[in-house]
Ligand binder design. Structure first.
Ligand code: PRP
Ligand code: URA
Length: 209
């Protein structure tokens, strides 16, 4: 069963409130998203496995710890997921970046795919799929399935805000995928927007309102 990790550090809650405010500028919104993404990545990587490495300090030889395994793959769901990548790279600078292009059809609310490119040997990498909004869960479920179809088997999902409906949809379809989220909101409205949410994440990041 998926675990849902609510990362509700006071600094994250403070920054998320600023992002929700409709008067926050595009520039500030983008900066806040980067800052929260960096803080969330610190938490999401907490359980990454370590290996022993021998190094030589200026004083002596010593066995110390480093992250084990192949480089992490960060996979933003276009467009809005792109706004989280820069902050994540501050914590995992050597990550490989894939892209999944999806948009939600405004009438059916179903995800429509237009692009998918992922790093090689995805089956050997931890994968973090990122998208600020988990609303109905249709986009996240499609993105997770794309990665699984290409061999990915160690997948985490990172969202800024989730609706209970989206969490339920992902945990049902992909019980092996843990979800990391900074806020869990009340519900979806008739247009499948998260309430209270922050509006259209892509439009707010890219200034296309
Ligand atoms: C938003 C958001 C998610 C999706 C969430 O993208 O970034 O990808 O909606 O909704 P769901 O959980 O109901 O599928 P949108 O389709 O607006 O595309 P954009 O990022 O290109 O603006
Ligand atoms: N996509 C968004 O950008 N915002 C929502 O509230 C729901 C889907």
């Amino acid at each position: 069963m998926s675990k849902v990790h609510l990362i509700d550090h006071p600094m994250i809650q403070h920054k998320l409130t600023l992002m929700r405010d409709k008067n926050t500028s595009t520039k500030d919104f983008r900066e806040l998203l980067n800052e929260i993404s960096m803080l969330m990545t610190y938490e999401i990587t907490r359980e990454f496995p370590l290996k022993d490495v021998e190094i030589e300090t200026p004083i002596c030889k010593s066995v110390q710890k480093m992250i084990a395994g192949k480089k992490v793959s960060i996979i933003p769901v276009l467009r809005a997921g792109l706004g989280m990548v820069e902050g994540m790279l501050k914590i995992i600078p050597s990550a490989k970046i894939g892209h999944i292009g999806l948009y939600r059809d405004p009438k059916t609310f179903e995800p429509v795919e237009y692009y998918c490119k992922v790093p090689n040997k995805i089956e050997n990498r931890p994968v973090i799929i990122v998208d600020p909004m988990l609303a109905t869960g249709g986009s996240a479920n499609a993105a997770i399935q794309f990665i699984k179809d290409r061999g990915g088997n160690n997948i985490k999902l990172m969202n800024l805000i989730a609706a209970p409906e989206g969490i339920e949809a992902v945990t049902k379809a992909h019980p092996d995928v843990d979800i990391y989220v900074a806020g869990i909101d009340e519900k979806l409205n008739d247009h499948m927007y998260i309430v209270p949410g922050l509006g259209d994440a892509g439009d707010r990041i890219f200034g296309t309102l």
